[in-house]
Design a protein around this ligand. Sequence first.
Ligand SMILES: C[S@@+](CC[C@H](N)C(=O)[O-])C[C@H]1O[C@@H](n2cnc3c(N)ncnc32)[C@H](O)[C@@H]1O
Length: 403
Amino acid sequence: MTTLTEPIATTATDGLAQTAALLGTGDAINGRERAITSDLTAVAHDLARGRYQSPLRYPGAKSALAPVIARVITSAKQSREVPEVNLLVEPFAGGASASLRMIGDGTVDRILLADADPLVTAFWQVAAEDTERLVDRMHDEWSRFVRHGGPSAVERWDYWRNWIPPIELAPRDRRLAAAMQCLFLNRTTFSGILHGKAGPLGGRAQESKYPIGCRWNPDALTERIRYVGHLYDVGRLVDVWRKDWRSTLDDVPERYPQLLPSRVIAYLDPPYIDKSSLLYRTSFDPRGGYGGQVEDGPEKDTDSLHLGLAHYLRAKAQFRWLLSYDNHPSLTESPWLYARDRMNPSESDRVNLGVRRWQISKRLVGTRYSAAGKVGKRAADELLITTLPPSTVPIDEQLRVLP
Ligand SMILES: C[S@@+](CC[C@H](N)C(=O)[O-])C[C@H]1O[C@@H](n2cnc3c(N)ncnc32)[C@H](O)[C@@H]1O
């Protein structure tokens, strides 16, 4: 687990909780969860089949894994049990690359994004619903502060790093500014990391050949932000929730009772076991799910949250799920994680919630990712675990069974 080199004055928990409180009713777009429309309008946007669709760069982003996940879901759709996917829920949305891909290529009918980080959700909510103001704001930041780089760009980076939503701004403007903070820091910080440890691209002296603006292409960002707005307009992006993963999974059946549980799938991409507290502002922490970087034993606490997720998915999940993880041996060895091959809900959850005893399939996927602290990309196996119908989960060179 990570050792911090800098003292933390306040825990990330305090900062995120404060941001969330100042952003007010951000639990859903427009403050209230949106209903699903039954008439689905086609996705009509050039990016629908593009390779890069997300406006956010994300450590561990799933753009490489997304086609594999799409393949697994498409294969499941050949079965009697999952003939179509009316909703894909992504409770750890981050850069949402898998959801964006699968809504663009028609693998799923609708997507619902959720994340516990208030900056991340402010970004997606504003991109969906206040699209053109965010595009304008992004161009303004680019031309005034980023484009020419140098000390004034680093000064602006410091401004956003220390910014907290001012109470005197109107709620809509506060949300827009929080979305801009997320986008600014994501595009100008090493590895797109939002929390307090990583520095600006190009270093504080800006002597690198990769300066602060090198990951900020205003035209490409305009197109990607507008793609999100389009998906929301045509009802394909149903909503963006600011919630802990557990509330998201609990609330979907309650909020959308008209959807058949067999036609809803959750794709979960939790923070990695090895690096989670280093990479994300919001890592698994039992004291509220935020921060993780505390002096009294993040390792144990982080572990207990991974165990909590595993317990929920094994015993409580009301719809099928697909989970991706770094290939950490404990995941498939521990009976408290994913060693078992079948869900084991209690009798009362089976009767009252309709939780099923689905079989659990596991596959290894070769992929490449860049992680904080590493230069360049390295090959790594990703673990895919799923309750999709086992006979439909492919086995081949791309999706290998565990040794
Ligand atoms: C691995 S990233 C997701 C990356 C994403 N799949 C992509 O392709 O960009 C994990 C995300 O989980 C979020 N997160 C961490 N703890 C959470 C929690 N308890 N509930 C919901 N989201 C959480 C983090 O804010 C982060 O955005």
